[in-house]
Write a protein that binds this ligand. Structure first.
Ligand SMILES: NC(=O)c1ccc[n+]([C@@H]2O[C@H](COP(=O)([O-])OP(=O)(O)OC[C@H]3O[C@@H](n4cnc5c(N)ncnc54)[C@H](OP(=O)(O)O)[C@@H]3O)[C@@H](O)[C@H]2O)c1
Length: 315
């Protein structure tokens, strides 16, 4: 008798904060709002129950519209859905945190947010300009606020009741240790780039010890070269288990205990990325031991400047 494969429905209990995070997540980093709404609708129809958003993506309203349509159609209940959004770098000053959070909630058309992340640990010059630069074109950082001060403001959001859990993104292990040590409410989630070419085992180990969920973005390597889905080890496993290379990389992410985020504007791929099945243990071992390529595709962790968001043209 075969047991039904339930990997795609995996939910991870949040040790710090309330709720359960669906391990299979859909990212909304899609530049065009019309495409964002269509892709979000397709993801919800497919079965994705975790949406990853950010004020920096400038499309929370389109995501909110897609969610509202599903609520109105009766195909989705609020309690089934997990929505993450993020505080942008230019809002790190504590007095800017709650207004930024409330603005995200308003755009998303939600009473509460399941998880609110500090998008990067880098504070930019406070203000409405998301990409502030000095006269030489260099990023204008804000030396007037520490990450711990911003974290305290997020803790107060949890106290306020409209935010169920808080976390960090694009953080190094060293900085995460500092926040964990100082926190009254520990991070529930840490979102970082991770895929078979950047497994982040040390960070994952620390997260496990601390009861923090590691959430992998660019779980398919953001379609960049060298190609994660073109990797020969992954391709050979895919052939053996009758799945696609993307499904192998995503199943690996869930089976090693992380949550993942993928993005696609194509319904066929959205479906493909949801239809994952458990891999045999030997395949898990092969991915760990036989893949030696090591690549970080997004330099955001070093600068706070997002690598996958095009800078607006100056004309
Ligand atoms: N915290 C951060 O700083 C940060 C940074 C980056 C991303 N994120 C979050 O993580 C989410 C996912 O990141 P990501 O967009 O880099 O994820 P990804 O899924 O690794 O990459 C998306 C790219 O892969 C392609 N793709 C999707 N499914 C595929 C499949 N089955 N086979 C082959 N190619 C496929 C997509 O193209 P098509 O659209 O043409 O299918 C798209 O170009 C983002 O939407 C965002 O929510 C967070």
């Amino acid at each position: 008798m075969t047991t039904p494969d339930t990997l795609r429905y995996t939910r991870i209990h949040l040790a710090h904060g309330s709720g359960e995070l669906p391990a299979v997540g859909f990212g909304t980093l899609i530049p065009d709002p019309v495409a964002t709404k269509q892709a979000t609708k397709a993801a919800l129809e497919t079965g994705f129950r975790h949406l990853d958003c950010a004020e920096r993506y400038r499309n929370e309203e389109a995501v909110g519209d897609a969610i509202q349509e599903a609520f109105k159609a009766g195909t989705l209940q609020r309690e089934e859905l997990f929505v993450t959004t993020k505080l942008w770098n230019s809002n790190h000053r504590p007095e800017r945190v709650k207004p930024a959070f409330d603005a995200s909630r308003r755009r998303l058309q939600l009473d509460y947010v399941d998880c609110y992340l500090i998008h990067t640990p880098f504070a930019f010059q406070p203000g409405d300009e998301q990409d502030p630069r000095d006269e030489h074109g260099r990023v204008a950082y804000d030396p007037g606020v520490t990450l711990v001060e911003t974290w305290r403001a997020l803790e107060r959001l949890v106290d306020g009741g409209h935010c169920k859990a808080i976390g960090l993104s694009d953080i190094t292990l060293e900085k995460l240790r500092e926040i964990v040590a100082a926190a009254r409410i520990k991070p529930a989630v840490v979102q970082v780039e991770s895929h078979p070419y950047l497994p982040e085992w040390d960070l994952l180990e620390f997260c496990r010890e601390q009861g923090i969920v590691l959430q992998a973005f660019a779980a398919l390597g953001h379609a960049m070269e060298p190609s994660v889905v073109g990797d020969p080890v992954i391709a050979a496993i895919a052939q053996r288990v009758h799945k696609t290379p993307a499904q192998v990389a995503l199943a690996w992410a869930v089976q090693r205990g992380t949550a993942f985020l993928t993005t696609s504007t194509k319904p066929r791929r959205i479906q493909e990325n949801f239809d994952i099945s458990a891999l045999p243990e030997d395949a898990m071992g092969e991915i760990r031991d036989r893949i030696t390529t090591n690549v970080r595709f997004n330099a955001v962790v070093q600068t706070g400047v997002p690598g996958f968001i095009p800078r607006p043209s100056t004309n």
